[in-house]
Design a protein around this ligand. Structure first.
Ligand SMILES: Nc1ncnc2c1ncn2[C@@H]1O[C@H](COP(=O)(O)OP(=O)(O)OP(=O)(O)O)[C@@H](O)[C@H]1O
Ligand SMILES: [Mg+2]
Length: 364
């Protein structure tokens, strides 16, 4: 096969593989680009043309390769979720400002007071209480790009793949800096080394290497992680300079529940709902539960209007009906958490998870 024909074949191969196998497609494009550069030297009269096409193929390959690296990149300019979208949790927002956002913006000031910049923050707590929401909002408040990655997306059963994924992810973050890497379902990745199988341990080791390698003076990468199983995170990852700070994200309290109701009803027509008493009635429910109550409550008059051809506002009764339908997993989660924490003798580390009987009854 002569040069041009071979190049065409490689480009066609790349095009066919783009969706099903982006990594292979990228390889084909890169090979084609290399051949084009070779050809450009042999045929100086067409050099400019060949180099231009080679460049195009090279960029295409780079884009495809990025696609195969775990982690969804959300550019700061496209991130619309901020602290204003989080109901309640005011103290937590302050803590995040002080521990994450400000050190990131004013590293010199923090160093002046002997504070160590860098490291990551681990958020833990029951499902649906705003961990992912907070991570996304933190990126907006800090005006940085946001890379969201799930532990299960990084973890591979093939030897060596997990480490490669982690290294690629950090490379992606360096290219997108300033950026936050948010590790969701962190337990899948940072699970306790003593309990994990041998080849899984290397994920933690690779993560430690990459984290220790993030030099906050030269690199603007922030690390956040979230888990529903804090007890199974490797203690080595919880040390200072790594995920040395853990923050418990609690179920919403009375004020937070009222704020969440107001937020999720703000784009819906309502008939003078008494948010204070609704918040009282929903003690023990998560933010996600409250959101689904608002959605279910809106569905009632919406469906009615198909028949009546009239539009009425959402009323208290609709919300009450929705509240009856929701069943929260919080109580179950706290019971399981307590059992694990006691079994592993970690009560001192996670005092927030040790609810007394009265608190558990409220959630029933
Ligand atoms: N404090 C809050 N204010 C407003 N909405 C909230 C709040 N907490 C939860 N929600 C709503 O619940 C949804 C789920 O919350 P989120 O995904 O942040 O929970 P999570 O703690 O990450 O849960 P999981 O552990 O299951 O990942 C959010 O998208 C949001 O709509
Ligand atoms: Mg989440």
């Amino acid at each position: 096969m002569c040069g041009e024909e071979q190049i065409l074949t490689l480009v066609e191969l790349g095009q066919r593989q783009e969706t099903a196998n982006p990594e292979e497609a990228a390889k084909s494009y890169l090979q084609a680009a290399d051949l084009l550069l070779e050809q450009s030297q042999a045929r100086p009269e067409r050099e400019n043309e060949y180099v231009a096409v080679a460049n195009k193929l090279y960029l295409k390959a780079k884009k495809l390769k990025n696609k195969t690296i775990p982690g969804n990149l959300l550019a700061a300019k496209d991130n619309k979720i901020g602290f204003k979208d989080i109901g309640g949790l005011e103290e937590l927002k302050e803590e995040i400002r002080f521990k994450i956002i400000e050190p990131f913006r004013n590293p010199d000031l923090f160093r002046y007071y002997g504070k160590q910049a860098g490291g990551g923050i681990l958020m833990y707590g029951p499902p649906g209480c705003g961990k992912s929401l907070i991570a996304k909002a933190t990126a907006t408040e800090a005006k940085v790009n946001f890379i969201h990655v799930k532990g299960s997306d990084i973890k591979s059963k093939y030897v060596g793949e997990t480490e490669k994924n982690i290294a690629d992810l950090f490379q992606k973050a360096r290219e997108a800096q300033p950026a936050i890497i948010f590790f969701d379902e962190f337990e899948a990745l940072g699970g306790d080394r003593t309990e994990a199988a041998a080849h899984e341990r290397s994920a933690v080791a690779q993560l430690l290497t990459e984290m220790d390698g993030v030099d906050t003076r030269s690199q603007q990468i922030l690390l956040l992680a979230a888990t529903n199983e804090p007890w199974s995170i490797d203690p080595a990852l919880r040390r200072e300079g790594r995920f040395g700070t853990s923050i418990f994200i609690p179920p919403p309290d009375q004020d937070a529940r009222r704020a969440i109701f107001q937020l999720h009803m703000s784009n819906k027509p309502t008939n003078q709902l008494d948010y204070d008493s609704l918040a009282e009635e929903t003690a023990g429910l998560s933010g996600a539960d409250l959101k689904s109550i608002c959605e279910m409550a809106a569905d009632i008059p919406l469906k009615e209007s198909f028949i009546t051809k009239k539009r009425r506002e959402i009323c208290r009764e609709d919300v009450e009906t929705a509240i009856m339908k929701v069943s929260s997993v919080l109580k179950q989660w706290f019971a399981k958490a307590q059992e694990q924490v006691v079994r592993m003798k970690l009560e001192e580390l996670f005092p927030e998870l040790m609810l007394n009987k009265k608190q558990l009854v409220i959630m029933a």
